[in-house]
Design a protein around this ligand. Structure first.
Ligand code: PA5
Length: 438
């Protein structure tokens, strides 16, 4: 289902010594016996199993949302957005004409232009809203929700609009919970012990993913299978292989990891992965900087830097062995474009040769790669991959000796923004920050 190939590490392969596997095994024990840092945020370990009981309700509400709407607006940011977006992009057609209900994401930035364009797009379309915020107080989704809730109420009347809104939030805390209770919206709870970036397999991700018509049961099955498979304490465990390799590379001065894919539908899996690793590892002046590139597109933009720029990069290449679609290149009688040498080859064969050539070129240039291969991309393998990366991330965090489940640094910009906006309660900060402005 998922294999890790370290043969493109070049000279770095010998750095992946046994010491790493011993440390990873210990970290795994600490994680499973819940004695490590952030041990009150380990709900993701058994999340897929636990969610099975909630499937009928999630599916019922998802069907309600999608059957009454051309568009389901999913409002959230960070961990309350990226997982659902990743699944939606990876598992539905590039061009959405073919699908019944479109999922559109909002509240993941503060752009008036985006909100106005979306409002115009929704003009002649039925829509519903799933607003998602664990804290229930995050500014970006709260602003978008105020805007689109007003639009919904103007369109359908307050009483009917209520039936088109579902809130996913904390069981008791936060403004969104208060609002949902006051207004009587359908709602789902995000468990206390599941952090935002580990929440895609909770109602945070499952509801919008189900509303898009994706098989969420298969997704949970994939994660459950991954939990069984990666529970091994053997060196051959793919999670151990990946964690050992990326930490050995980091210790050898490679402090930037590029998530590489050759399938544009995976672009948002890369975004989800960046949040997972960036927020989990990047603290106490430590951590690999997670970045990404989509090949072959970015070989024509970033390729030069990767091949010959500063040698602080490594790649984690995620390749799908069997693509969903493939077809042969047609032969032409005149061969005016000189491509007949490729005729009878499939598009995927050419893509895979591009990957093979790039893996070797980058290894030769001093940018080593960890190659992760998955059989195919579907709901099951998406769930499987999610758990693979979540576990890898948690173990990597423990190897770095940081808490992989908190994100204290995210508060710094919020504090300044609230001070500048003169939010009540931030009077002292407002005074202080104003002195710093010209
Ligand atoms: O991983 C995290 O915890 C964060 O990225 C959050 O998901 C993000 O800040 C959104 O928070 P909330 O769901 O509370 O609105």
């Amino acid at each position: 289902m998922l294999t890790v190939d370290l043969s493109y590490l070049g000279n770095y392969e010998k750095k992946v010594g046994n010491g790493y596997f011993e440390r990873i095994k210990k970290a795994h024990e600490v994680l499973e016996n819940k004695s490590g840092k952030g041990n009150d945020f380990l709900g993701w370990l058994e999340l897929a199993n636990e969610m099975k009981a909630h499937l009928p309700e999630i599916k019922r509400v998802a069907t309600k949302l999608s059957s009454q709407s051309h568009v389901v607006l999913v409002i959230g940011i960070g961990g309350s957005y990226l997982g659902a977006k990743a699944a939606y992009e990876a598992l539905t057609p590039h061009f959405k004409n073919a699908i019944d209900t479109e999922i559109i994401f909002a509240g993941h930035q503060i752009s008036g232009e985006y909100m106005q364009d979306l409002k115009d797009y929704l003009k002649d379309k039925d829509f519903s809203i799933n607003v998602i915020s664990k804290s229930g107080t995050t500014t970006e989704p709260a602003l978008a929700f105020r805007f689109f809730k007003t639009l919904l109420e103007e369109r359908y009347g307050k009483a009917n609009a209520k039936d088109r809104i579902v809130a996913t939030t904390d069981k008791e805390k936060g403004a969104l919970r208060y609002l949902a209770n006051q207004e009587g919206y359908d709602s789902f709870v995000i468990a206390d012990d599941v952090g935002g970036r580990y929440s895609v397999l909770s109602p945070v991700g499952l509801l919008p993913i189900a509303a898009a018509g994706i098989d969420i049961e298969a997704m949970l099955d994939g994660a459950i299978k991954a939990r069984e498979t990666f529970n091994s304490r053997e060196k051959s465990n793919p999670v151990y292989q990946y964690v050992a390799a990326r930490n050995a590379l980091y210790d050898s001065g490679k402090n930037v990891e590029l998530f590489i894919h050759y399938e544009p539908k995976m672009a948002f899996i890369a975004e989800w992965w960046k949040q997972l690793f960036g927020e989990s590892e990047g603290k106490e002046n430590k951590g690999i900087y997670p970045s990404s590139a989509g090949f072959t597109t970015d070989l024509h933009s970033l390729g030069q830097y990767i091949q010959e720029g500063e040698r602080h990069l490594f790649e984690t290449v995620v390749s799908i062995k069997k693509p969903k679609e493939d077809f042969k290149i047609p032969k032409t009688a005149d061969d005016l474009d000189g491509l007949n040498y490729l005729s009878d080859l499939s598009v995927d064969t050419i893509n895979k040769q591009a990957m093979q050539g790039t893996l070797l070129a980058h290894m030769d240039g001093g940018a080593p790669s960890i190659l992760l291969e998955i059989d195919e991309m579907n709901a099951f393998s998406f769930g499987y991959l999610v758990y693979f990366f979540e576990l890898s991330c948690a173990l990597s965090g423990y190897l770095l000796d940081v808490n992989p489940f908190d994100q204290p640094g995210v508060e710094a910009y919020k504090k300044n923004m609230f001070a500048l906006l003169e939010k009540p309660g931030f009077e002292a900060e407002t005074k202080a920050i104003k002195k710093r402005l010209k």
